[in-house]
Design a protein around this ligand. Sequence first.
Ligand SMILES: Cc1ncc(COP(=O)(O)O)c(C=O)c1O
Length: 447
Amino acid sequence: MPFAPLAHVPAPEPGEGPWPRNLTREANGEVALAGHTLTELAENGTPVYLVDKDDMVARAKAWVDAIGEGDVYYAGKSFLTPAVARWMYEEGLGIDTASEGELRTALAGRVPGERIGLHGNSKSDSTLKLALENYIGRIVVDSPGEVEQIATIASELGVVAPCLVRVTTGVHAGGHEFIATAHEDQKFGLSLATGAALEVVSEIAKNPHLKFLGLHSHIGSQILDPQGFAAAADAVIEFAGELAKRGIEVHEVDLGGGYGIQYTGEDPAPQTEVEMIAGIRSALESACDKAGIPVPRMSIEPGRSISGPSGITLYTVGATKDVMTDDGVRRYVSIDGGMSDNTRPALYGANYTALLNRESDAELVPTRVVGMHCESGDIVVKDVALPKDVTRGDLLLVAATGAYGRSMASNYNMVRKPGVLAVSDRGTAWLMRPETWEDVLGLFPEL
Ligand SMILES: Cc1ncc(COP(=O)(O)O)c(C=O)c1O
């Protein structure tokens, strides 16, 4: 996906756009998070991910309040630590996990197994065993072979495995639009169109070691319009109607995650959680009415919309240079991190914005914020207006990096992965400490 063309505009000020709710500009021009100046927070070393704890928790609670009679599972893939899992659980959310590591992390946060869901298109026997030993609340079945695999492990353990079936609705959504298409050429889910989903649900329903809970659909990411979810709900409920005729009841429909957020000042503000849920629920209810079935319990799996906007990354500026382009001069500002702590711009052309941690009267100039990695695609912010006097040693903060930042981080170029610091007006605490050279070099056998 190409970068969206952005005008050279400065980042919105704290308190606006994509910034965490407790980010403020102090009287001396410095930026502060929950009352801690970024200069003070940078004493922990940079780069560092900062999480506005109260903002993250409030965003989680907003989904729980909006869904009312329903269930919210926080998508741990967006950012998970034991403490985060615990915060979510204490706010009434379950945890959606997509690997054994995420499952172990949620359990380490003392989240009861019954409040955890397990996804994955390639679940190992040992992961399923761990899940069932901990009385997992739901396993999302993703392929025909899993029916026998899960049933065998459940029968060995003497438990009944609760199963949702992930269906491919033919709806794909993302960004500002959605496409309803028959194109189903992807690795996740079981097709409604080919009958694969029907076959798997029928197998589960008659297996004594499995309990069929309902259907799951996930249509994409960064979705700002509930229309895509409505189209998916329509397709899922039409299928639930067919199952009802065969005597199989769908108790629950999980419509997945993918709720969009603002990354830059140009992005539209997303709907509130209440508006989004109201739009989806009314689509679900009218589809049930049409199919003549009772409305099943609704669940969702938001990740980015909880962890994304509450997180920022703080960097220190290194080298700067002015480069001649076809459009004029562009300033390149290098930072002490890059694609290893935020791979999304390189991976799928994601746009971000950046703010200088001080006030400046200097002219605003077209700037590209680039990382320190050995890749020309190592861009963190493609296009932003920053003061011309940005210089080595300045602190720069990048918005909305809380989701899929640390969770997708790498050690590329043998860098140490940054830590994640939770910040509130009560103090600061590491959610993940920064990696040390011992962590990185300790993986090598001694010579
Ligand atoms: C099945 C499923 N649920 C939930 C999510 C979370 O999506 P988001 O973080 O965009 O809300 C994803 C993301 O890939 C997913 O695949």
